[in-house]
Design a protein around this ligand. Structure first.
Ligand SMILES: C[S@@+](CC[C@H](N)C(=O)[O-])C[C@H]1O[C@@H](n2cnc3c(N)ncnc32)[C@H](O)[C@@H]1O
Length: 201
């Protein structure tokens, strides 16, 4: 689902960009390493801060970035102007990714899947488009955080079938992506950051 006005303001501001650059990307790099020369998908790219990081800090050869919200796509295109050889941004839905099976060396998601009603289908799609051995980089917000007063009061998320850290990792593993212990939780279990790899076969 698209973000409400409050969350859009929270996402489209320099503090969010700073957190993504200086904190989340560093953790993901530590857990998953670079994706040098890789073909990468960024699902729920928002205004494209993460997409640029995937090119510049993770070393992707090319990033396909999608977002459900056409306004976010427009913002991302503007932000990524000049990188057109290495980035393609379009409107797209993580539950129906417009790409063949095993197309990508890595899939990134910065805080997207907790906005998806059928988050299990989103993970099935991530698995489908990853090549065997490909890596899934995730940064997520758990049901624990969504229950807190500020989130309940000001933000809007799917009400049903929210996930805890354990639910999310179990579903990723059940889809055929191994995470093991390669994840971290932060802020009393509100946030989850990790990297898994798609099992062969
Ligand atoms: C919390 S924002 C994060 C944006 C960006 N990744 C960031 O970290 O700043 C979640 C994004 O996911 C997008 N989104 C929500 N549901 C989606 C879906 N089903 N498919 C693709 N994008 C989706 C929203 O439009 C929004 O831009």
């Amino acid at each position: 689902m698209k973000l409400n006005r409050v969350e859009k303001a929270l996402m489209n501001n320099p503090v969010r960009g700073l957190v993504q650059r200086t904190y989340e990307a560093r953790l993901l790099l530590r857990l998953g390493g670079r994706v040098d020369a890789g073909q990468v998908l960024d699902v729920g790219c928002g205004r494209g801060v993460g997409t640029r990081l995937i090119v510049e800090h993770f070393g992707a050869a090319h990033v396909t970035a999608i977002d459900l919200d056409e306004d976010m796509v427009a913002r991302a295109r503007e932000r990524l102007h000049g990188l057109e050889q290495r980035v393609r941004v379009s409107v797209g839905d993580v539950t129906a990714i417009d790409a063949p099976d095993a197309e990508f060396d890595a899939v990134f998601e910065f805080g997207t899947i907790h906005h998806v009603h059928d988050w299990r289908l989103a993970l099935a799609e991530v698995h489908r488009v990853l090549r065997p051995g490909g890596r899934f980089y995730f940064e997520e917000v758990t049901s624990h955080a969504l229950r807190r007063w500020p989130s309940r009061t000001f933000l809007q998320h799917p009400e049903l079938d929210r996930f805890t850290t354990e639910d999310f990792i179990a579903e990723v593993e059940a889809r055929g992506i191994t995470v093991g212990q390669n994840y971290l939780t932060r802020f009393f279990g509100d946030f989850l950051v990790g990297v898994g790899h798609k099992r062969a076969g």
